[in-house]
Design a binder for this molecule. Structure first.
Ligand code: 5AD
Ligand code: SF4
Length: 457
């Protein structure tokens, strides 16, 4: 009899990727996915610890899962509850102590061990696995499954050695590790065979990628992208997330020379104040960041830029905040994420003096977001009346609507025939919003082929 698996995923794309991999690991054991926790024989919460209230959110969801487990038990059936991801890694024993109905707690490096852990838990043992095993989970996870569609994520690097003082990632994901290039290319080819037109390379510090190549050589991200670009049928390549200090010359060159590398870069800067950047242990200055962007624009003038910002880091003064606003004005971003600083237990930032009051953080965030949102809207507005190639990778919310991404990572909504799902098609942009654009499909005459299609063929 087939068993049902429910996974809820929080957080970054890495977690989304990991959840898919967990489903792939469990498929041979007879687990089919369900959206309904009440039906599930195994319920997994794949958690994120990067910002506020992560643990509390997990406990409130666990309460609901507990009800399902008890309802099943009343019918004489068994259900297992598991907590995975970064909260599990950071707070494994707390979860086990506080919630005696949780059967398994395991960190991001252990997903390939799921079958063993389930066997133990089914036998009535409570399982905690938050080790960083010496063998790589990547060597032991199954190949790509056909579930990802036209725009697929491919994890190439995991972990981080940078130790920014606000960040839990080095503690929850462990040391930097890069998958061997051949393994990555193999998985990419399979994804393309299964219909992927776009691949986004994932890693916490993806531009520090240094995978083993042939004959003991090391392959950097620029060379990996160049190799990926030679895969027929793959039209678009992206990568995320990067650190400014790993934007090598070779990678900047790649943005100028590799057509399939999309003109968009997410490069978190966090703050525009050198004093705060130093306290954050970012090991770069605002001027260094501006210089990278200037050099990047020389290679790829139309590149769109995105970033992450933290306001209210301990010790941040009004002048520091002004420096952040100034940096945003200097660069001009097409989209951004901005957050209030949230002390993460165990990180150096959490032990620093000069904590900023909540109302000051709120005011700074509001001011920063007003500027970022205005920049995003005006970036999108520059596209009205233009034609852009869009990769349609999902249905829109409205009937008959498709949604896709422009090369510059803007969401584009169009009423379009469903057969265009998975295709790159030219769209006339008619309206621009802060969060995206809408338009209509360019009708293709027999002798004209949209630019990106031609190049990808
Ligand atoms: N508080 C607020 N934001 C944080 N980020 C990471 N850690 C924290 C924290 N403790 C943000 C950073 C990072 C993004 C993924 O999350 O901006 O780039
Ligand atoms: Fe966290 Fe990124 Fe800094 Fe690594 S480089 S510690 S993942 S913010």
């Amino acid at each position: 009899m087939s068993k049902k698996l429910y996974i809820k995923t929080w957080g970054c794309q890495m977690n989304v990727y990991d959840s898919k991999k967990m489903a792939d690991v469990l498929a041979p054991l007879g687990y089919a996915s369900t959206e309904e926790p009440a039906d599930a024989d195994l319920m997994i919460l794949n958690t994120c610890h990067i910002r506020e209230k992560a643990t509390e959110k997990v406990f409130s969801d666990l309460g609901r899962l507990r009800n399902h487990k008890e309802a099943k038990a009343d019918k004489g059936e068994k259900a297992l509850i598991a907590v995975a991801g970064c909260v599990a890694q950071a707070e494994g024993s707390v979860i086990m102590d506080r919630a005696n109905y949780v059967d398994m707690v395991f960190g991001p490096q252990t997903y390939h061990l799921l079958p063993e852990m389930i066997m133990k838990a089914t036998g009535g043992k409570r399982v905690v696995n938050t080790d960083f095993p010496p063998e790589s989970k990547f060597d032991n996870l199954p190949e790509a499954s056909a579930t990802q569609g036209a725009s697929a994520f491919l994890s190439v690097q995991e972990g981080c050695d940078k130790f920014c003082t606000f960040c839990v990632v080095p503690y929850t994901r462990g040391a930097e590790f890069s998958r061997p290039a051949a393994q990555v290319l193999d998985e990419a080819r399979k994804m393309v065979d299964q219909g992927a037109r776009e691949i986004t390379l994932l890693g916490q510090n993806v531009n520090a990628y240094h995978g083993a190549g042939a004959d003991g050589a090391t392959v950097d991200l620029a060379s990996l992208i160049a190799e990926l670009a030679s895969i027929n049928g793959l039209a678009r390549i992206r990568y995320t997330t990067s650190h400014p200090n790993d934007m090598s010359d070779a990678l900047l060159d790649a943005h100028g020379s590799i057509e399939k590398l999309m003109p968009f870069l997410h490069l978190p800067v966090q703050s525009g104040s050198d004093r705060i950047l130093e306290r954050m242990n970012r090991k770069h200055t605002a001027a260094h960041y501006v210089d990278i962007i200037a050099r990047l624009k020389q290679k790829r003038p139309d590149i769109a830029l995105s970033s992450d910002f933290i306001v209210g880091f301990p010790g941040e003064t009004d002048d520091d905040h002004k420096a952040t606003m100034e940096l945003v004005r200097t660069i001009g971003f097409s989209s951004c994420y901005s957050f209030k600083y949230s002390p993460r237990p165990g990180t150096p930032g959490a032990a620093m003096g000069g904590m900023i009051p909540e109302h000051t953080k709120d005011a700074r965030l509001q001011e920063l977001q007003a500027l970022l949102f205005a920049q995003q809207l005006s970036f999108n507005q520059t596209f009205t009346g233009k034609t852009v190639p869009v990769l349609f990778d999902r249905k829109g919310d409205r009937d008959g609507q498709l949604m896709g991404k422009s090369p510059w990572m803007q969401s584009v909504y169009v009423i379009a025939p469903q057969r265009l799902l998975g295709e790159i098609t030219d769209v006339n942009i008619e309206k621009a919003f802060q969060n995206g654009m809408s338009g209509s499909i360019v009708t293709i005459s027999a002798d004209s082929t949209p630019s990106e299609k031609r190049e990808a063929a």
